[in-house]
Design a protein around this ligand. Structure first.
Ligand code: PBG
Length: 306
């Protein structure tokens, strides 16, 4: 009876699994800050995605680990058609055409300083120069076969610029999952460690949102929608359930929530010390994210709740 009247449930189709990819072959490296998550080379990525797809997972999101010598202040590697992301997208789409492949559009894995954009002389992130580059980066991903590009950089105007470049190059079918309300959060540390993209100077407060604001998220949503976004993201998830609920009421677009690395790592750390049971905490956390109004959730804990 309890189940009959249950209002929210979790199923594999609710989730997008974020995967970290490294150049090379036969590599599966554990990530110290994220127990149970690994960095995968392209061949291992295909095996992992095949396994996940057979469990009913419909989409994965790829994040690249770029070796330091290939980074530069401009993040030039982001435009390399033979870079780890385009190569992995091609491999995945060839092996698993029905799997939805989402790529991250932001410069941070490719820049020596770890910022999502190009810096000016004063160390400020240059919005407009960055946007041009991001649009070219999205085109590289679309050409490789990405189903969705997901700009996570928070520059102003990038959704419109990406849509224009994609449409102008006959990639009208490539969707845009926009990180609409991405907060300047303290919960991204384990992810930056996984990627080797920790900030070398400053912080991301000039482009990521102030955790004190929620009306601003509605403004960002309106702009993204006007610029052509197909799905709107709120990130992180649990500290921002009010933002998910507000956006759900504000737009007809699908809402995605990112249950981020810090949200995963803190539960795993408590679990390892015998303080909490990770599976039941994750089930409750992910249910609450869905209950708040998310249509889909990026989570490293996906398999633990299926
Ligand atoms: C950067 C990016 C970040 C995450 C996804 N894309 C980190 C950041 O903004 O510094 C974090 C995801 C996570 O913590 O799981 N473009």
């Amino acid at each position: 009876m309890r189940t009959l009247v249950e209002e929210t449930s979790l199923s594999p189709s609710d989730f997008v699994v974020p995967l970290f990819v490294v150049p090379g072959e036969q590599r599966r490296e554990p990530i110290a800050s994220m127990p149970g998550v690994q960095r995968l080379s392209g061949d291992e990525l295909v095996k992992e995605a095949t396994r996940l797809h057979s469990l009913g997972i419909l989409a994965v999101a790829l994040f690249p680990v770029v070796p330091y010598p290939q980074k530069d202040p401009q993040g030039s590697g982001a435009l390399d058609e033979k870079g780890v992301i385009p190569v992995c997208v091609q491999k995945l789409k060839r092996a698993l055409p029905s799997l939805c492949v989402i790529t991250d559009v932001a410069l941070d894995p490719y820049t020596t300083h770890g910022h999502d954009g190009i810096l000016g002389v004063a160390g400020d992130v240059r919005n407009d120069e960055t946007v041009e580059r991001l649009a070219q980066m999205a085109l590289v991903h679309a050409r490789a076969g990405a189903d969705f590009v997901a700009p996570s950089d928070m520059m102003d105007g990038r959704v419109g610029a990406i849509r224009k470049v994609l449409d102008g190059n006959l990639h009208c079918d490539t969707g845009i999952l926009s990180y609409t309300a991405k907060y300047a959060s303290s919960l991204y540390g384990p992810f930056r460690e996984a990627l080797g993209s920790s900030l070398q100077q400053g912080d991301k407060k000039s482009y990521q949102m102030n955790p004190a604001n929620s009306r601003e998220a509605l403004l960002e949503a309106t702009l993204d929608e006007e610029e052509g976004a197909d799905i709107l993201m709120v990130k992180p998830a649990l500290f921002y359930l009010d933002v998910i609920a507000k956006l759900r009421a504000h737009t007809q677009l699908p809402i995605c929530a990112y249950h981020v690395s810090g949200e995963y790592a803190m539960v795993m750390a408590a679990h390892e010390r015998g303080m909490l049971d990770a599976r039941s905490v994750f089930r409750e956390a992910l249910l609450s994210i869905k209950r708040a109004g998310a249509d889909m959730i990026f989570s490293y804990a996906t398999e633990m709740v299926l």
